[in-house]
Design a protein around this ligand. Structure first.
Ligand SMILES: Nc1ncnc2c1ncn2[C@@H]1O[C@H](COP(=O)(O)OP(=O)(O)OP(=O)(O)O)[C@@H](O)[C@H]1O
Length: 233
């Protein structure tokens, strides 16, 4: 169940297809970085995986199951954890309540908050009774990651998790993502603008342009020349 296979995805807002034939494979425990300039369809690709665009055609298998026909909550329950851009925690809820919300998607009905979340982000333990909205942007991002992990996902999908976050917290978040992948074996799909981090953390990359994959390969094959050609503005 930890693999994902996308075949020729076409994804639409209204009538216009934003993704135009995107394919990729995520093998068990693999880390895939999705890169590309602004507006090329990176967020749309993650939304398509979660069933959050108006329409999506093609093939999308999670493990041996075709999931394009499933609703967003059904996809979550299968074990796809999603951390959207902008975090979307609930500001009036406490840190504990926000994390507990994640457990509601657990198919086994457990409502425990796993201890490792607080080892990863100790500040969440310290602020457990504070309102989510009173946390800094970086702390809210840590909370959003903890909430997604509380449902015990098999893969984690993150949309630019360090964008606009204070530098001291960026490193903690990057380290946590790498740790989750390497030590806990979680498959990761990460949309990331920070090329050095994406290159060092991921196994493979997908480079999008105008809704299409223009380049894909192993991350150590992503040379500076390719970055200059496809990613500099
Ligand atoms: N809800 C929407 N309705 C209509 N068009 C949209 C919607 N969301 C995005 N688009 C369009 O789809 C295209 C791809 O947007 P998307 O957000 O996926 O790009 P991105 O690569 O994630 O960019 P960024 O790095 O700026 O987040 C853009 O042309 C955008 O204008």
């Amino acid at each position: 169940m930890e693999t994902m296979k996308a075949r020729e995805l076409y994804s639409y807002y209204g009538k216009s297809p934003v993704l135009q034939g995107v394919s990729f494979d995520l093998n068990k425990g693999e880390f895939l970085a999705v890169m590309g300039r602004n507006g090329v369809g990176k967020t749309t690709l993650l939304k398509s995986i979660m069933g959050l665009t108006d329409r999506c055609e093609g093939g999308l298998a999670f493990g041996d199951r075709e999931i394009l026909g499933l609703t967003t909550p059904q996809r979550s329950r299968l074990g796809i954890g999603y951390i959207p851009q902008g975090r979307e925690i609930i500001p009036q809820f406490t840190v504990r309540e926000n994390i507990l919300m994640g457990t509601f998607a657990r198919p086994d009905g457990k409502r425990d908050i796993p201890d490792y979340l607080f080892e990863m982000f100790p500040i969440l333990k310290e602020f457990i009774s504070r309102r989510g909205g009173d946390l800094s942007g970086g702390q809210q991002q840590q909370l959003a990651i903890a909430r997604a992990l509380a449902m015990d996902p098999k893969i984690l999908i993150l949309d630019e998790p360090t964008e606009g976050i204070q530098p001291n917290i960026v490193k903690q978040i990057e380290d946590a993502i790498v740790w989750l992948n390497r030590e806990r074996g979680l498959g990761i799909i990460l949309v990331e603008q920070n090329v050095p981090f994406a290159r060092s953390a991921s196994d493979r990359f997908l480079l999008l342009d105008k809704g299409r994959v223009v380049l894909a390969g192993k991350s150590d094959e992503l040379t500076d020349d390719l970055v200059d050609k496809h990613l500099t503005f």
